[in-house]
Design a protein around this ligand. Structure first.
Ligand code: SF4
Ligand code: SF4
Length: 353
């Protein structure tokens, strides 16, 4: 087996005869390409295009506006992963609301939110359920857990999305010329390699499922370049130690038991058919949308923020005029600068190339 140094040297010495643009669908890949330094050893003429791979970034302002309104009107405790705290909503943020007295709890697992509800029967606890196929099974388990334990003061605000329809929508839109895709390792561990075959079969684009270590990033990108150069629209799996063709059947079943698929809106992309998950009717008692009716103020976007164009692969973060000036991680204008998986945050933190 080649050493990492040997692999890296071969990679950076590679000669491309034309510009090659590859899209990484996953936000963690965006960050890891920078953090590990693999982006710095890209061969000349190889460009990385960011995709809609960060669940926080693709969540519409309306979702957070609604969560905050529910907190205000119904006095619920909002439980969330830490990433959401600093994300700007149309008029505020959870962090700002917390400072002004709203009860916002950061949890590390959705079941922690069920536990908070079980220990405090006098309050309502609403978990912000935002994420892709990677987190949806855990969220489904939390709902099942609340039902089994009879924790009636627990609910989730469904903002879950599935990634395959988003990639299809990007390909259908034909706005951006992508030569191949680096496919998300974590999502693929759940949905399996087969779920992505349409990219090669129907759209003629090569793609590789890739892990997150240095050697995965180098090897996976090499594999993709080989496919692109051979003109062969195939799908390969670099992350075989984790990802199977069929994915994780048990996790898929749990998701199917609790959620049903609906059309939903993505920041910058619009409504994508079959790309959202909401609770099935049998779990309606845990559905914050039904339990806590509110009319949030009309959503508004932040002037000048280019997150939408970024998530469609039309620009890179440094093309945004606010990048590093009006918009920094400390004073973020858009979610792509806040989330740890956001492309603007990765460019800012690890080098503005
Ligand atoms: S949820 Fe997993 S696959 Fe999706 S962006 Fe985050 S790390 Fe990547
Ligand atoms: S730099 Fe800030 S304002 Fe610009 S696209 Fe990124 S998050 Fe949005």
């Amino acid at each position: 087996m080649k050493s990492l140094k040997e692999m890296a040297d071969n990679f950076s010495a590679r000669v491309l005869t034309r510009d090659v643009r590859i899209m990484e669908v996953c936000g963690t890949h965006t960050t890891e390409f920078f953090r590990t330094g693999v982006k710095d050893i890209f061969p000349e003429r190889l460009y990385l295009v960011d995709g809609p791979g960060c669940p926080v970034c693709v969540t519409q302002n309306e979702y957070l506006d609604r969560a905050i309104e529910i907190g205000k009107v119904h006095g619920v405790v909002i439980a969330t992963f830490g990433d959401m705290i600093k994300v700007p909503s149309s008029y505020s943020s959870l962090g700002r609301e917390k400072a002004e007295g709203m009860r916002v709890e950061v949890v590390y697992s959705p079941v922690d939110a069920v536990d908070i509800a079980a220990e405090n029967p006098g309050i309502q606890v609403m978990f912000l359920s935002v994420g892709f196929e990677t987190t949806a099974p855990a969220e489904a388990i939390a709902v099942q857990n609340a039902k089994e334990r009879g924790v009636a003061n627990f609910s989730i605000l469904c903002g879950n999305k599935v990634t395959v329809p988003a990639v299809r929508a990007l390909l259908d839109a034909k706005e951006v010329n992508i030569d191949g895709f680096i496919l998300p390792g974590h999502v693929s561990a759940i949905i399996g390699v087969n779920a992505w075959r349409f990219i090669a079969d129907e759209y003629g684009k090569p793609c590789v499922v890739v892990g997150f270590e240095n050697h995965d990033l180098v090897k996976g990108t090499q594999m993709l370049l080989d496919l692109i150069e051979s003109g062969e629209p195939a799908i390969l799996n670099e992350y075989t130690r984790v990802v199977r063709d069929q994915g994780n059947l048990k996790a898929q079943e749990i998701m199917r038991d609790v959620f049903r698929v609906v059309d939903t809106e993505w920041r910058g992309i619009g409504t994508i058919p079959g790309s959202g998950l909401v609770l099935k009717d049998e779990f309606a008692e845990f559905d914050a949308l039904k339990k806590f009716p509110v009319t949030p103020p009309p959503p508004r976007e932040h002037p000048g923020c280019r997150c939408g164009d970024l998530l469609r692969g039309l620009i890179i973060p440094t093309d945004c005029p606010l990048f590093g000036k009006a918009c920094t991680p400390e004073r973020a204008v858009g979610p792509c600068m806040v989330s740890t998986e956001g492309p603007c945050s990765a460019y800012y933190k690890y080098g503005r190339k």
